[in-house]
Design a protein around this ligand. Sequence first.
Ligand code: HEC
Ligand code: HEC
Ligand code: HEC
Ligand code: HEC
Length: 369
Amino acid sequence: MKWLPHVFGALLFGIGLSVQPAQDVYVIVTGGARGNLAPCGCTKPMTGGLKRMANMVRELKVRHGALWIDTGDITNAPGRQSELKVEAYAQVMGELGVDAFAISPSERALGEGVILSMKSLAKGVALDPSGQDSVTLRSIRIAVEIPGFPHPEADVVITRDPQHREPNIVSVFPSGGTSQADRFQVSPGEALRGLVLLRFRDGVLADSKAIPLEPRVAEDPQATRAYNSYLNRIKTERLAEKVLKTDQGRFAGSTSCTNCHPSATKVHMKTAHAHAMSTLKTVKHELDPDCISCHSVGFDARGGYSPLQPKKFAEVGCESCHGAAASHVAQPKVYKLPKVGEKKCLTCHTTRTSPGFTFLKNWTKIKHR
Ligand code: HEC
Ligand code: HEC
Ligand code: HEC
Ligand code: HEC
C-alpha cells in the first residue's frame, strides 16, 4: 500500500490550491449559429461548426474547469429543419454540460414544443427574458437582457444587437463598473466560427480571448453523432420534398437547349455548374434543403428540381441563370430571355460560399457566347 501517502499528498495539494486567495473562473461563450450547424464546404478552408465547437468546449472545460454559457440564435428561419437544428444543438449542449443558455427570439418563434424539448435536452439553466432571466454560477451573475433593463447587477449580460447584424453580444463589466459606458462587449460571431473565453479573477473580468474554430480544431465524436442524426432526420422526414414552391414559369431543362445552342452547351458541360448536384451527393447533402437551392435548377419553383425525380434539373443549369425557358424553347423568336448579369451570380456566389468572387474573373471561366 505504498501509493496511499501519494494520494493523500495529492489531495492535500488540491485542497491547498483551492484556498488560495486569487480565484480564476473561466466562462466559455458560444452561440450565433444562425442555422449554420456545419460549414457548407463550398469553399476551403472553412472555419466553424458544431463539431469543432464541441471539441473546443470540452477541451476548455477540462483545462480550466470553465463554465459554459450559450447565447442562443441557433436558427434564422421558421420551419421543421430549424426545429431539428435546435434539437441537435440542444442535445450537444446537454451532452457536454452547458451551464446556462439563452432562448432567443428565433428559437421562441418555433413554438413552445420546441422550447420544451430544447430545455429537456440541454439540461442547463434556460435564460429567457420572459421567464428566469438570470442565474449566479460560481459567483458570476449571468443574465439575458430584457429590452430597456440592462441588468446593471450582472457580470455577464447576453444582449441583442439592436440592428441584429451581430447575432449575439455579451456585455461584461470589467473592474466592477456598472454604467453602460463601462460595458465591454464580446461576440462569438456568426455561424459558429469561433467562441469567446472570459476569465474572471475574484469576480472581476481579467481578460477575454476570441478563439476561432479553424479547420485544425478536431471534431468532437459526440457532436458528430448528433449532427449525423440531424441529417438523417432531414432525410427520413423528406424535408426536401416539402419546400414551398412559387410560380416562376415553366422549366425545360438544359438538354432542350442543345440543338439550337450547341456551342453554349459545349462550354456549359465543361464547367463545375454541370455537376453541382453530384458534388452534393459526394458530401451526402443531396437531400438537404439548405444546400439544394444553389446546386440545382429551380428548387424553390414549381416544376423545378425535386428529389422525387433526382436526375432532372440536378445541376446549376442554363435556367438557373437564364430563368425558366420552356416558352423560349417553343418559340425562341417570340419569347426572349432577359439579360443575365453579376446580380444573378451573387445569389449563389455569396461572401460565405464564394469569397473573392468577382464577375469579371469568373465569367471568363464559363463564358459561352
Ligand atoms: C448560397 C448558395 C449555396 C448554398 C446554400 C450552398 N452552396 Fe455549395 N457552393 C456554392 C457555390 C457558389 C460554390 C462554388 C464556390 C466557388 O468555387 O467559389 C459551391 C461549392 C460547393 C462545393 C464544392 C467545393 C469544392 O471544393 O469544389 C461543395 C462540396 C458544396 N458547395 C457543398 C455544399 C453543401 C453541403 C451545402 C449545404 C450545407 C451547400 N453547398 C450550400 C453555393 C452554395
Ligand atoms: C444557382 C446558383 C448559382 C448561380 C446563379 C451561379 N453559380 Fe457559379 N457555381 C455554383 C455552384 C454550386 C458551383 C460549384 C459547383 C460544384 O463544384 O459542384 C459554382 C461554380 C462556379 C465556378 C467554378 C469555380 C471554380 O473556380 O472552378 C465559376 C467560374 C462560376 N460558378 C461562375 C459563375 C458566374 C460567372 C455566375 C453568374 C453569371 C454564376 N457562377 C452563377 C452556383 C451558382
Ligand atoms: C452561371 C450562369 C449561366 C449559365 C449556367 C448559363 N448561362 Fe448563358 N449566359 C450567362 C450570362 C451571364 C450571359 C451573358 C449575358 C447575357 O447575354 O445575358 C449568357 C449568355 C448566353 C447566350 C448569349 C446571349 C446573347 O445575347 O448573345 C446564350 C445563347 C446562352 N447564354 C445560352 C445558354 C445555354 C444554352 C446554357 C446552358 C447550356 C447557358 N446559357 C448556361 C449566364 C449563364
Ligand atoms: C428551337 C431553337 C432554340 C431552342 C430550343 C432554344 N433557343 Fe435560345 N435562342 C434561339 C434563337 C433563334 C435565339 C435568337 C433569338 C433572336 O435573336 O431573336 C435564341 C436566343 C437565346 C438567348 C439570348 C436572349 C434571347 O432570348 O434572345 C438566350 C439567353 C437563350 N436563347 C437561351 C436559351 C436556353 C437557356 C435554352 C434552353 C432552355 C434555349 N435558349 C433554347 C433558339 C433556341
